[in-house]
Design a protein around this ligand. Structure first.
Ligand code: NAG
Ligand code: NAG
Ligand code: NAG
Ligand code: NAG
Ligand code: NAG
Ligand code: NAG
Ligand code: NAG
Length: 508
C-alpha cells in the first residue's frame, strides 16, 4: 500500500516559500571547533549548520498524526545532491515508532514517510531568529509506506500480551513473535531503527522482541532475526518454574532487555553485508534494572550476505555508555551509525527537553559521540549469550571482556550553537526549546574539495505524537501540548570514513 497524495495536507504549512537566509560566510568558524581524538584520528565538530521543523498537528496521507518520526531516519539512496547555489537536496526516509501511547498503547500500523529537503548550511556566527532558522532546512512531506506482516496483516503498536508460536513460512522459520493478544494475532512493532538496502528492501529494529525485521520494498515482512536468549525477555514466575518469554513493555522481565530498552540502534556497512544492532542499555542481568548500573550495553553484528536466509550472528561486543557525573545514571543510547567496520557515531542522551513533561526541561547531555570496537572482545556465541552469564555485575564488566572505547564528541545542547538558530536549552517551555528525544542519525558528504573528510550529520527528534489536535485511526486525541518534530544538521570531520563508502555518496 503506497500513498502518494503529494502535498495534500502539507500545503497547510508550506514554509519554504521564503528564501533561505543568505550570508557571505561559506565555511564554519574554526574558533568554535571542538576537536577530539579516537584511535589516533582527529574528529572535528564544526558546529550546527541547519534547523527545520514539521508542526505537531501535521497529518500523514492516511489522516494519522505525523509524529514519532525521529525514531529512525535514513537518506533515500540516490537522492543526495549538491546544488550550484551551495545548497543540497535529498529525501529523508523517516520512521515513527508505535503511535501516540501516553495513555496506553494504540493499534498504530508501522510505516515510513518520505520527506524531501533542501539544506542551505548556515555557517555565520550571527544568530538567526527562530523563524529564519527554519529556512536552513526546508522540508516537504511526500508520501508514506505502511508495513504488513504474514497474510497481509497490519503490524500493530499495541503492547504484546501474547505470543505466536514459531512458524515455517516458505523457506523462512519465523521465531516466537510478540502479538497483541490471542484474538488480535498481529505482530507488535515498536520500530526504532532503519537501514535501507540497495535493492529496495529494508531492515527495521524493534523494542518488543527485541527483533530486527526485513521488509520488502512494498513494506511486507520477509524475515525476522531473533537475538540470543540472553537478550530475550524471560519472566520467572515462581522460583521453581522455568522462565517464560513475555514481550510486554509494561514491566521489566527477569532477564533480557529491560522494558522499552530494545534495539534502538541499527546500522549497516554501505554494501549491506553486515548489520549492526545496538541495545538501548544493559540487559536486566547485566545491570539494566537500575539506571546506576545499566551502562554496559551490547552490540550485535550479523552477516546479511544471504538475504533469503536468517542472518548469522558473527560478533558481539560490550559498549559502555556515558553516565551522569552527578548521580551515576546512564545516558542510554537512541541510535548509532556506521563509519567503518570498527568505528561508529552514537547518540546518547537524557530525556530532558521540550515534551518531557517534567517542568524541569533543561538537558544535561545530548551527544553525538564516537566509539571504536577494534580492541574490544568478541563474545558472540559464548556462554554470555545465555541469560545465566552476565557480562557485568553491578555495573562492573567481568574479567576477560574488553569493552568498546567510547569518546564524547558533539554536544547538541551547546548554547552557542543552539543560539545561532534561535533555539535554547532549559526554560522557557515554548517551541524554540530543544526537544527532549533525539533518536536518529544520517550522514552525507559535504563534497568540499578543501575538506574531503567533512560530512553533514542529520538528526531528527521523536515528538511522541504530542499535539492537541491528534488523530489515531480516525479517532481524535488531545495530548495537552504541542511539540513540533525538530530536525537539525551538524557538520563534522570524520576522518575514518573511506571516501565514497557512505551509502549517501553523491551519485550512489
Ligand atoms: C581544532 O582543529 C582545527 C582544525 O585543525 C583548528 O583550526 C582549531 O584551532 C582546533 N581547535 C582547538 C580548540 O584546538
Ligand atoms: C514566526 O512565524 C510564526 C508562524 O508563521 C508567526 O506566527 C510569528 O509571528 C513569526 N514571528 C516573527 C517574529 O516573525
Ligand atoms: C506478560 O505479562 C503481562 C503483564 O504482567 C501479562 O498481562 C501477560 O498475560 C503476560 N503474557 C504472557 C504471554 O504470559
Ligand atoms: C485484543 O486486542 C484487541 C485490539 O486492541 C481488542 O479489541 C480485544 O478486546 C483484545 N482481546 C482480548 C481478549 O484482550
Ligand atoms: C558471510 O556469509 C557468507 C555466505 O555464507 C560467507 O561467504 C562469508 O564468509 C560470511 N562472512 C563473514 C564475515 O562471516
Ligand atoms: C551490588 O552493589 C550493592 C550495593 O553496593 C551490594 O549490596 C550488592 O551486593 C552488589 N551486588 C553484586 C551482585 O555484587
Ligand atoms: C521562547 O521564549 C523566549 C524567552 O521569552 C523568547 O526569546 C523566544 O522568542 C520564544 N520562542 C518562541 C518560538 O516563541
Amino acid at each position: 500500500m503506497k500513498f502518494t497524495l503529494k502535498y495534500l495536507v502539507f500545503r497547510l504549512f508550506t514554509v519554504n516559500v521564503l528564501a533561505a537566509p543568505t550570508s557571505s560566510v561559506t565555511e564554519p568558524d574554526p574558533a568554535n571547533f571542538v576537536n577530539v581524538t579516537l584511535n589516533g584520528q582527529k574528529f572535528i565538530d564544526k558546529g550546527m549548520v541547519a534547523f527545520g521543523l514539521i508542526p505537531a498537528a501535521f497529518q500523514d496521507s492516511t489522516g494519522n498524526t505525523f509524529g514519532g518520526v525521529g525514531s529512525a531516519i535514513a537518506i533515500e539512496r540516490g537522492t543526495w545532491t549538491q546544488n550550484d547555489d551551495g545548497s543540497y537536496s535529498g529525501s529523508l526516509i523517516v520512521q515513527p515508532d508505535r503511535g501516540f501511547n501516553v495513555d496506553g498503547t494504540v493499534n498504530y500500523q508501522g510505516r515510513q514517510h518520505i520527506v524531501d529537503f533542501v539544506l542551505t548550511p548556515y555557517y555565520d556566527t550571527i544568530p538567526l531568529s527562530f523563524n529564519a532558522s527554519q529556512q536552513t532546512l526546508a522540508l516537504n512531506y511526500r508520501s508514506s509506506l505502511l508495513y504488513t506482516e504474514r497474510q497481509g496483516k497490519t503490524t500493530t503498536g499495541l503492547d504484546s500480551l501474547a505470543i505466536r508460536s514459531p512458524e515455517q513460512v516458505g523457506l523462512i522459520m519465523d521465531p516466537s513473535d510478540p502479538i497483541a493478544n490471542t484474538t488480535f494475532n498481529h505482530l507488535c512493532l515498536d520500530a526504532e531503527g532503519l537501514a535501507l538496502n540497495a535493492d529496495g528492501t529494508f531492515w527495521v529494529s524493534d523494542e518488543y522482541g527485541p527483533y530486527v525485521h526485513l521488509f520488502d520494498s512494498q513494506g511486507d515482512l520477509v524475515l525476522s532475526i531473533q537475538p540470543p536468549e540472553a537478550i530475550l525477555p524471560f519472566q520467572q514466575g515462581s522460583k521453581s518454574s522455568t522462565p517464560v518469554l513475555n514481550f510486554t513493555s509494561s514491566e521489566d522481565p527477569t532477564t533480557g532487555r529491560a522494558a522499552n530498552q530494545g534495539f534502538e540502534g541499527l546500522t549497516q556497512d554501505p554494501l549491506g553485508t553486515k548489520l549492526f544492532v545496538l541495545l538501548q542499555s544493559a540487559t536486566i542481568q547485566d545491570g539494566g534494572a537500575d539506571k546506576g548500573t545499566s551502562q554496559n550495553t551490547r552490540l550485535f553484528v550479523y552477516n546479511v550476505t544471504g538475504s533469503t536466509s536468517i542472518p548469522v550472528l558473527i560478533a558481539e561486543y560490550v559498549v559502555p555508555l556515558p553516565q551522569d557525573s552527578s548521580n551515576g545514571h546512564t545516558f542510554a543510547q537512541s541510535e548509532f551509525h556506521y563509519l567503518t567496520d570498527t568505528q561508529f557515531l552514537i547518540l546518547a542522551r537524557d530525556g530532558k527537553g521540550n515534551g518531557d513533561g517534567s517542568g524541569n526541561e533543561k538537558s544535561k547531555y545530548k551527544n553525538i559521540d564516537l566509539f571504536d570496537i577494534s580492541q574490544a572482545t568478541n563474545i558472540a556465541n559464548t556462554g554470555f549469550d545465555e541469560p545465566s552469564n552476565p557480562i557485568a555485575n553491578n555495573g562492573t564488566i567481568v574479567k576477560g571482556i574488553t569493552p568498546a572505547q567510547y569518546q564524547p564528541f558533539i554536544s547538541m545542547i551547546d548554547s552557542t550553537q543552539l543560539g545561532r538558530f534561535g533555539l535554547h536549552n532549559g526554560k522557557p517551555i515554548n517551541s524554540s526549546l530543544l526537544n527532549s528525544k533525539w533518536e536518529s542519525l544520517a550522514v552525507a558528504p559535504v563534497g568540499d574539495p578543501d575538506f574531503p573528510d567533512d560530512y553533514f550529520i542529520f538528526t531528527v527528534s521523536d515528538n511522541d505524537f504530542l499535539t492537541t489536535t491528534g488523530v489515531t485511526n480516525g479517532v481524535p486525541y488531545n495530548a495537552g501540548l504541542n511539540v513540533d518534530t525538530q530536525f537539525m544538521v551538524w557538520r563534522a570531520t570524520l576522518p575514518s570514513i573511506q571516501p565514497g563508502s557512505v551509502e549517501t555518496s553523491i551519485g550512489i
